[in-house]
Design a protein around this ligand. Structure first.
Ligand code: FE2
Ligand code: FE2
Length: 475
């Protein structure tokens, strides 16, 4: 079904045929807009931004581009087209028809899954609200805002499900999604990482590369759900999410390219000399990778989890790309995982596969993260330097799961607690690193100009030149 844009809330779910639901969402809409104006991008609400808006859910050509003031963005409800006669792809009910309504016995669990996913969407907008003040270019500023408006739309996607399928509880949860705020002492966002402000652009690129990619894997797992409206919602969100990964991967790639340029000019990899020249040395970049990758791994939850087993058994949440596996029941299989025993010795253990679903998803995520690192290392090698960026070991700096509190180097080598504390600044961004990165953050808003610590992008948006005025600032 096509998207109706004449409605107050653009949608492809025939919202007009359900007056009660439409009115409830129209009631929520001004609350959302109020939240956007209060806690969305600070200082740019009047700017004209070259944004894409969804105009169909077709895999190719679903977006149109044009200058929009962000509060006028057409946030709406877009579900991927239904698959005829879709059946449940995994778990105890494998092969049975998918659900168009929420089965009573799964109501509270599904609601919690949707709320937890939904909460991260506005949280990231809140975390990133001050970044516009230090954008390295108008191109980057526009990409930030594109990510922000789409995270806002992802909130709409989850709120629609809550309103349409969870009655009064759902409506209350939808209100709460606007009442919790990132970093708020009284009512923080649900997941810890989403309460840390992101106030420099290196962190923003790390966030979109590592943390948004966790989001991608959660959405992939939910896209397999037996609850069909959730599956279709997540499928379309994934189409939008691809751009967020692109921003992260190319952002970090451009930082590396710029650093390599200066390394070759000055013929040195000495961090002090590179910092003097105003670029980000590769060891600092590695410490940022160590930090962001290890916190993202925690987002997948415990390696051995009875909740994960229940989600799989009941059909609520599958494995990302479930179709790539042959066994969709997983009743007799095991997964080998490493863990430290009570004496701190590393042992291998067989875990019933259903209980290890978080770990299965985490491994798929790690594989995906590694791809960008390979591309970054290619840039370094091509520039003639013998340096390699690496993802840290999954044993490194974990707070959740079997490695929680385990002291290991980024290579995964166990070390005594004393050594762990002593070498913190070698492993993770130090106060001095953060202060240096912060010192680089100066706003550049002249069309075509780019800050000195990052290379210009290879190409512009939607075939426009790099120097296009992607954001027209209000006078
Ligand atoms: Fe999102
Ligand atoms: Fe995202």
């Amino acid at each position: 079904m096509g998207i109706t844009y004449q409605d107050r809330i653009p949608n492809n779910v025939d919202l007009g045929s359900n007056r009660t639901l439409q009115r409830a969402l129209e009631h929520w809409q001004p609350h959302f807009l109020g939240w956007w104006k209060d806690l969305g991008p600070e200082g740019f609400q009047e700017a004209d931004v070259y944004l894409r808006t969804a105009t169909s859910v077709d895999a190719k050509g679903w977006a149109t581009y044009g200058a929009v003031k962000m509060p006028d963005y057409r946030w709406g409800i877009f579900l991927a087209d239904a698959t005829q006669d879709r059946t449940i792809g995994f778990g105890d009910d494998f092969g049975k028809p998918v659900w168009q309504q929420v089965p009573g016995e799964h109501r509270s669990t599904l609601r919690r899954l949707i709320v937890t996913q939904g909460d991260t969407e506005p949280a990231s907008v809140e975390q990133q609200r001050h970044l516009g003040k230090t954008c390295p270019s108008l191109y980057d500023l526009r990409n930030l805002f594109q990510v922000n408006v789409e995270e806002g739309r992802h909130l709409w996607a989850m709120v629609y499900l809550l309103h349409a399928y969870f009655g009064r509880d759902g409506r209350e949860e939808a209100e709460d999604l606007l009442a919790r705020h990132s970093g708020d002492a009284e009512r923080p966002r649900i997941l810890g990482t989403f309460n840390e402000p992101i106030d420099d652009w290196l962190s923003f690129f790390m966030f979109t590369y590592f943390t948004d990619r966790d989001g991608k894997y959660q959405l992939k797992a939910l896209a397999e759900s037996a609850f069909d409206p959730l599956s279709r919602t997540c499928q379309f969100m994934l189409t939008e999410e691809a751009h967020h990964m692109f921003v992260g991967e190319t952002g970090i790639g451009r930082v590396i390219r710029r650093t390599l340029e200066v390394m070759n000019d000055l013929k040195t990899e000495d961090p002090a000399a590179l910092r003097k020249a105003g670029v980000i040395d590769l060891p600092t970049l590695q410490r940022y990778i160590n930090f962001w990758f290890s916190s993202a791994l925690d987002l997948f939850g415990a390696d051995v989890s009875s909740n994960a087993a229940t989600y799989f058994a009941t059909g609520l949440k599958g494995r990302p790309d479930e179709a790539r596996y042959e066994d969709h029941l997983c009743t007799d299989s095991v997964l080998e995982i490493e863990r430290p025993d009570d004496a701190g010795k590393i042992v291998t253990e067989s875990v019933p596969l259903r209980q290890a679903m978080n770990e299965v998803t985490r491994r798929a995520y790690i594989e995906d993260c590694a791809k960008g690192v390979i591309r970054w290392n290619r840039l370094i090698k091509k520039a003639g330097w013998d340096v390699e960026l690496k993802l840290p070991s999954e044993r490194f700096r974990r707070a959740i799961g079997v490695w929680a509190g385990f002291n290991a180097t980024p290579e995964g080598q166990p070390i005594p607690a004393e050594e762990w504390s002593r070498r913190q600044d070698e492993f993770l961004p130090s106060g001095a690193d953060r202060a240096y990165i912060k010192s680089l953050m100066v706003q550049v808003t002249e069309p075509g100009k780019v800050a000195g610590w990052i290379a210009p992008p290879d190409r512009g948006i939607n075939n426009l030149p790099v120097a296009y005025e992607y954001v027209h600032l209000a006078a």
